[in-house]
Design a protein. Structure first.
Length: 129
């Protein structure tokens, strides 16, 4: 089943300790950006964006629309279910952009994908399963 689904495994830590907040900030900075383009056909915009955030060293990058931030956070509570250990999987799939980087700092392709998201949660608090 896992081979059939392309699941994003994200380090997403919720909590009040500074270390956990740093993990949260890192996740937001990498995957939920207000300034990310929203059209996969506009490769020039993606090229400028990747240059701006300077992540050419990551050959495959994923970005969720910033409007999905609340849903992402809710995966560790009402919008997710226990997966394994401290991992929670979203009950519903997310739509996200996968950016493939070619050699020489070029955006090769941007695909729109829809898959469930797996998050590492500091705590899981489910209202309903």
């Amino acid at each position: 089943l896992i081979n059939a689904l392309f699941l994003i495994l994200l380090s997403f830590i919720l909590g009040v300790q500074t270390k956990n907040l740093d993990g949260y900030d890192t996740f937001l900075n990498h995957h939920l950006r207000k300034d990310a383009p929203n059209d996969p056909r506009k490769l020039r915009e993606w090229q400028k964006f990747i240059t701006k955030i300077n992540t050419w060293n990551r050959p495959i990058q994923s970005f969720l629309p910033f409007t999905e931030a609340r849903r992402v956070i809710a995966v560790c509570s009402s919008a997710g279910k226990m997966y394994e250990g401290n991992l929670c999987i979203s009950k519903k799939p997310f739509t996200f952009f996968t950016v493939e980087i070619a050699a020489k700092k070029q955006v090769k392709r941007v695909k729109v994908q829809e898959q469930h998201v797996i998050l590492g949660c500091h705590f899981c608090s489910f209202i309903s399963m």
